[in-house]
Design a protein around this ligand. Structure first.
Ligand code: NAP
Length: 201
């Protein structure tokens, strides 16, 4: 797979959040390669439910997509990405650390950056419940708001396009550390579900 191919989204983690991200990427017209720890054969029914455009592969194959979502429990992130080759992929960190006291003042995304050296990390999709994230973002005449943050402007543009194409109204919170502080558990945007209504102009 070609890391420059942003039409393919790899998803590491095939549970609630991983499947919600898969539905979002498919809604955006991307193809999806989804993976878990137990292997592609365990995902037959998941892929079947996701429908056309989705396939199950190994974690290594999912990590070779142009955009890679990390959607595993926080304490499983190190083992999930261990040994993977990162050479410019865009990584969406959709994880939540529910005990940020172990971070010694860092954001959880800084920890992820250290684990995926060579990738470009964008924090996104962690503030909404999976059921909300995976459903149609058009609601009450408006669009559901999706927050993201990151240090690489090209990566943020690609992730913005992904969520916009799926129907979200994307709000860029700025650099990774500042944004992640707002997005992560304990931050002011954690769990916040907003719909942006059309403005007067
Ligand atoms: N659920 C939500 O509403 C929600 C919302 C926002 C953010 N998040 C965040 O998203 C992440 C995932 O949460 P979830 O609710 O989707 O969890 P989940 O439903 O328990 O699913 C976890 C997935 O991670 C996979 N996994 C675990 N260890 C792995 C490894 N070493 N390699 C590859 N895959 C591995 C599991 O595969 P196996 O079963 O094969 O082990 C499973 O598919 C968490 O960080 C969570 O905080 C969740």
């Amino acid at each position: 797979m070609d890391p420059a191919d942003r039409t393919r989204v790899g998803i590491i983690g095939a549970g609630r959040l991983g499947q919600a991200m898969a539905r979002t990427a498919l809604r955006a017209g991307r193809s999806v390669v989804i993976a878990n720890s137990r292997g592609p054969e365990s995902l037959t029914s998941v892929v079947s439910a996701l429908g056309d455009g989705a396939s199950a592969r190994t974690v290594g194959q999912a990590s070779a997509a142009g955009i890679v979502v990390i959607a595993v429990p926080w304490d499983r992130v190190p083992e999930a990405v261990d040994g993977l080759a990162w050479n410019g992929q865009i990584v969406i960190d959709a994880t939540n650390d529910f005990d940020p006291s172990d971070l010694e003042g860092r954001t959880s995304s800084e920890v992820v950056v250290d684990l995926v050296g060579g990738a470009r990390v964008v924090k996104a999709a962690n503030t909404l419940a999976a059921g909300v994230l995976g459903s149609d973002p058009h609601e009450a005449g408006g669009q559901r708001v999706l927050f993201l943050s990151g240090d690489d402007s090209d990566a943020k543009s690609e992730v913005t396009a992904l969520f916009q194409d799926a129907g979200f109204f994307v709000v860029d919170l700025g650099d990774l550390i500042s944004g992640s502080r707002m997005q992560q558990v304990g931050g002011p945007l954690a769990g916040v579900n907003l719909v942006r209504l059309p403005g007067p102009n």
